[in-house]
Design a protein around this ligand. Structure first.
Ligand code: HEC
Ligand code: HEC
Length: 218
């Protein structure tokens, strides 16, 4: 039944793919534009195809550009990935607190401005179109296995109440406002990007959710 409703709603989304979904933002001078197309599968997606789409989603989710913000209840953002040298907690003793935006000490916005104009300077604090903050604690991915992240992301009780469509829409919404996922694929400042592209990540999410969100064994 569950699988059915996912396929039905993927078909509803499908009509969008005929015209394509284009997002254009900023002032008239701003050339930034993200074109995304929801490539709805025309046939049922097998479990194997779903699992290989998941492997690619995991490669993105576990990448430092994503997992450095998706951290546990210590509320400490991470600095990790080749551009940071060794993996370590965010410099300057930053702690996001239970608020996850640092209102208990120094707000993230002190340095991470909300702006679609990127901060491309090496070692500058990244900017996005969404206020910078840690992901909710139940979305913690840092140091977690593929199976663990998969179970979390497919569980509405721990993913912000989202079904398959909700996860697909989350990516589209991120593109609309040029938020964290957009940034992860184009982080600037000499940081290495998350693997693949925003479109490929969306394609994989459409495939994985259409397959009923299969997860690898531990
Ligand atoms: C005092 C300034 C400052 C504050 C406050 C601050 N940051 Fe940062 N943050 C930076 C700088 C600068 C960098 C980039 C460091 C670099 O590239 O070497 C950074 C990088 C990061 C990164 C790594 C991004 C990546 O490349 O993967 C994360 C995650 C992060 N900050 C989260 C937060 C969160 C969450 C808060 C609020 C709780 C916060 N920061 C508050 C200055 C700050
Ligand atoms: C600046 C910190 C930050 C970065 C970097 C970041 N996220 Fe998030 N993420 C968040 C916040 C905050 C939320 C909660 C927003 C919501 O639920 O609408 C979130 C929610 C999510 C969700 C919702 C469902 C779930 O199970 O977690 C997904 C999926 C997600 N992020 C994927 C990504 C991917 C993929 C990347 C890298 C390309 C990424 N995020 C990078 C902060 C971040």
């Amino acid at each position: 039944m569950k699988r059915h409703s996912i396929i039905a709603s993927a078909v509803e989304l499908g009509f969008l793919s005929i015209a394509g979904v284009a997002f254009s933002h900023g002032s008239g001078d701003d050339q930034s534009k993200i074109d995304l197309v929801v490539n709805t599968p025309t046939e049922a997606v097998s479990r194997e195809e779903g699992l290989s789409a998941w492997d690619r989603i995991y490669a993105v989710a576990s990448h430092p550009r994503c997992s450095n913000c998706h951290v546990d209840e210590s509320n400490i953002p991470m600095w990790s990935g080749p551009s940071y040298g060794k993996t370590r907690p965010h410099g300057m003793n930053i702690n996001a607190g239970i608020s996850r935006i640092g209102i208990e000490s120094i707000p993230c916005s002190t340095c991470h401005m909300q702006s679609t104009v990127p901060n491309d300077i090496a070692h500058g604090a990244p900017h996005t179109g969404h206020a910078w903050m840690l992901a909710p604690v139940e979305f913690a991915w840092f140091g977690k296995s593929s199976a663990e992240i998969c179970e979390q992301m497919s569980d509405p009780a721990r993913n912000g109440g989202r079904d398959g469509d909700g996860l697909v829409q989350h990516i589209i919404h991120d593109a609309e406002i040029e938020a964290f996922i957009v940034w992860g694929f184009n982080p600037g400042g000499g940081r290495e990007a998350a693997p693949g592209s925003m479109q490929e990540h969306l394609d994989d999410m459409v495939l994985w959710t259409a397959a009923g969100m299969p997860c690898p064994a531990e």
